[in-house]
Write a protein that binds this ligand. Structure first.
Ligand code: ZN
Length: 189
């Protein structure tokens, strides 16, 4: 499997594969986590899963403003409440829509030293964890999105113009990514 410093976009089959458990936290696993942290920092996202950098291991990272945290073999042990809120994904840039998620989760995992950890999360962190753990099952937010809320954000946030919200359908949005993926693959050959 090719590993990359680029975040893999929708249309690449790696995003649909189920990730495998990390048997032991080796230096290679820590390298992947570090690479993911670099990618996340550059992209300015809230979380990233190993399949998004071409690695088929059950490893995610998140950063909700207090620095990056790596989580190995995460599993949701408990979830409570339901809340719908807007979500996006670094593998589907500029596409957003509302997704219903549990409001609070308890996640069991290990850290990068191989020690067991428990994360009790709510609100934004709970959402990020559920989104990233979905990636390990090959599930993307567009599989769960409320289609009536799906939209592109166009325009540059750094410019004076405010970002425009452009409504789209799931079918049209996925076609855009599939077409980009096809031209990207063709350009590599
Ligand atoms: Zn994502």
């Amino acid at each position: 499997m090719s590993e990359t410093n680029q975040i893999i976009r929708y249309g690449d089959p790696v995003l649909r594969r189920k990730a495998q458990p990390v048997k032991k936290v080796t230096p290679q696993v820590r390298d992947v986590a570090e690479r993911m942290m670099d990618c996340l920092e550059r992209a300015g996202g809230l979380g990233l899963a190993a399949p998004q950098v071409g690695c088929g291991l059950r490893l995610i990272i998140y950063d909700v403003g207090e620095g990056p945290v790596a989580v190995v073999n995460p599993r949701i042990q408990q979830s409570t409440g339901l809340v719908e809120a807007v979500e996006g994904c670094l593998s589907l840039p500029r596409l957003y829509g509302d997704v219903q998620r549990a409001e609070q989760v308890v996640v069991k995992a290990t850290d990068l030293r191989g020690h067991p950890i428990t994360i009790e999360a709510q609100d934004l962190l709970a959402r990020v964890l559920q989104h990233e753990i979905d990636h390990l099952e090959g599930v993307l937010f567009v599989d769960r999105v409320n289609p009536a809320t799906l939209h592109w954000l166009v325009g540059d946030a750094a410019q004076e113009d405010p970002q425009q919200r452009v409504q789209t359908t799931l079918e049209d949005a996925l076609k855009v990514f599939e077409a980009r993926q096809a031209s990207h693959t063709a350009a590599e050959e």
